[in-house]
Design a protein around this ligand. Structure first.
Ligand SMILES: [Zn+2]
Length: 75
């Protein structure tokens, strides 16, 4: 996946036509795929903030970035 951002591609074969402006945003939106709903499902919700706030963390601990609640996993 290595698309270059070709800003101004001008074919020297066609003459007479004005170089129309490309919409700069149309191509960029394709590059950014929304992966918000396909996050890891093993993420846990924060017990303080409730559902909607995922907890991230390290190997054996979970950390809420919102209220900074930290929970340790016991195994
Ligand atoms: Zn929280």
């Amino acid at each position: 996946m290595s698309e270059r951002e070709g800003g101004t591609k001008m074919k020297s074969g066609e003459g007479g036509k004005k170089p129309h402006k490309n919409k700069p945003t149309s191509k960029k939106y394709k590059l950014y795929k929304v992966t918000g709903e396909t996050v890891k499902r093993n993420a846990k919700f924060c017990p303080r903030c409730g559902p909607g706030v995922f907890m991230g963390g390290g190997l054996n601990r979970l950390h809420c970035g919102k209220c900074r609640y930290t929970e340790f996993n016991k195994q």
